[in-house]
Write a protein that binds this ligand. Structure first.
Ligand code: NAD
Length: 482
């Protein structure tokens, strides 16, 4: 790729790249930094989904029977190709999603490492031998579950698809992935790495389409054995219901509205700086983004001042420009959502300390925004904001802060700041969330499991648990004869 050219997105079915679909339908891909159309993504036809399903069946047979050492070598080769192309992949990602080039490059490198982790971990998907009667060999085996149907969103164009592809292929499954129609170029670049590394035809298929149509077809198809989804809670519930009707297992990585509790004994300036850095990564479009800031009343002023200072230091602009630390929002829907959340909060008495309305220039730019005095019934305190908006609220009593933190149906991430190990433990036990950080806002790491509780979903990605959904456990009782 030269300069800022954007490679045309394609479908990848049964080992073949297809520049157009039998449906003849396409959707435009926009650069969110200037709203220009940079490409057209082909939208798959139902007959092509059936081809992908058939290919996933034969691909599964070929891939699961490939010796594990060979599978691991192929996946490492794919990871090395991705590492070598990190700049190219990052440029595509910034063009179609908006995040700063440096963030995009970091994402590409991280997901290559996540793939290495899963590939190595699959070599340790041990079964066991259980002591039993003398004439019986009682064993437990772990085997790939079969063809996976996966659906991923636009906020981590490399991260989300790779988590599904890495886990499925490492476990020996085949996969049909419908990545986001808004960020198809990054997904194509990842799939190319696997193809060139030697993943057999059909083991990995990439489609784009009308999301509801594609998911309904793939979930109902008899070949599909697991549904893996990352996205919003409402869509997750729809897909889980469709899977439930077919008695198919799901992996659901859904949204959150992460509380941050800053206790009376914390350093308010350090907490504000760390929380603000995490808040504005990817313009707040992160499912684990800190998004409700509950600060002990004795620290409120210092925390707010430091947070606003950090927000004002963020350099907003086109992610391909040097020095930019926050890009545009990824699509117009998020821009509209930010306008609505801020308008609702201010109508209920909230005060905007910085930012607050879209930036007057082409592109979906919304500035880092800090609000105080946001009442508990404001939409911003109840709905996942998924954008660069930070409401800061004081509290007096830690139990009350925990009650507020746990009061929503979400349970993905939670953050606490304190100097006391006893208070830290109280927070860890008290938070109803699956991903916790104390005294910092830790991001996802592939060596540890990530995933939510409550409406934020079920199942884990990353860590040894990351392969669980992709494996079935067989108990084998063998009466020894002869
Ligand atoms: P959305 O709820 O319409 O879509 C979320 C994702 O699900 C998109 O990738 C979309 O293509 C996909 N999707 C939608 N309907 C589908 C269907 N029937 N079958 C299969 N896939 C389907 O909203 P959106 O505007 O794209 O995103 C907005 C909200 O989604 C955000 O507020 C945020 O809460 C959530 N979200 C969460 C994550 C996450 O990482 N958990 C990522 C992106 C978006």
């Amino acid at each position: 790729m030269t300069g800022n050219a954007y490679p045309p997105p394609r479908l990848f079915i049964a080992g073949t790249w297809r520049p157009s679909s039998a449906s003849g339908r396409t959707a435009p891909v926009l650069n969110p930094a200037n709203e220009r159309v940079i490409g057209e993504v082909p939208l798959v036809a139902t007959a092509e989904l059936d081809e992908a399903l058939a290919a996933a069946g034969t691909g599964f047979a070929a891939w699961r029977n490939t010796p594990i050492a060979r599978r691991t070598a192929i996946l490492h080769d794919a990871a090395d190709r991705l590492t070598a192309r990190a700049d190219e992949v990052a440029r595509i990602m910034t063009l179609e999603q908006g995040k700063p080039f440096k963030e995009a490059r970091g994402e590409a490198l991280r997901v290559a490492d996540a793939l290495r982790w899963d590939a190595d971990d699959a070599r340790r998907a041990y079964g066991r031998v259980i002591p039993s009667a003398d004439d019986t060999l009682l064993t437990v085996r772990r085997e790939p579950i079969g063809p996976v149907a996966a659906f991923t969103p636009w906020n981590f164009p490399a991260g989300s698809p790779m988590r599904k592809m890495a886990a499925a292929l490492s476990a020996g499954c085949s996969i049909i992935i419908k990545a986001s129609e808004e960020t198809p170029g990054t997904a194509c670049a990842l799939v190319r790495c696997f193809e060139e590394a030697g993943v057999p035809a059909g083991a990995l298929n990439l489609v784009f389409g009308e999301p509801a149509e594609v998911s309904a077809h793939l979930i109902a198809a008899p070949q599909t054995r697991l549904i893996a989804f990352t996205g919003s809670v409402p869509v997750g519930k729809l897909l889980a219901a469709a899977a439930g009707a077919e008695m198919k297992p799901c992996l659901m990585e859904l949204g959150g509205h992460a509380p941050v509790i800053v206790c009376a004994d914390a350093d308010p300036v350090a907490a504000a700086r760390r929380a603000a850095t995490a808040k504005f990564i990817n313009a707040g479009q992160v499912c684990t983004s800190p998004s409700r800031f509950l600060v002990h009343e004795s620290l409120l002023e210092e925390f707010v001042d430091a947070f606003v200072q950090a927000a004002e230091a963020v350099v907003v602009g086109d992610g391909l420009e040097d020095g930019v630390t926050m890009g545009p929002l990824a699509n117009e829907r998020r821009l509209k959502a930010m306008d609505e959340l801020v308008a609702d909060a201010t109508a209920r008495g909230a005060k905007v300390l910085c930012g607050g309305s879209r930036i007057d220039r082409p592109g979906f730019f919304f500035p880092p925004t800090v609000l105080t005095g946001v009442p508990a019934d404001a939409r911003l305190m109840r709905e996942e904001p998924f954008g660069p908006v930070a409401p800061i609220t004081p509290f007096g009593d830690l139990d009350e802060a925990l009650r507020i933190a746990n009061s929503l149906p979400y349970g993905l991430a939670a953050y606490g700041f304190t100097r006391s190990s006893a208070t830290a433990e109280r927070l860890v036990r008290g938070f109803e969330a699956g991903i916790l950080s104390i005294n910092h806002c830790g991001g996802s790491v592939h060596e540890a499991p990530s995933g939510g509780v409550k409406s934020s979903g079920y199942g884990k990605e990353g860590g040894p648990e990351g392969l669980d959904a992709y494996l079935v456990t067989k108990r084998v009782s063998h009466l020894l004869t002869g």
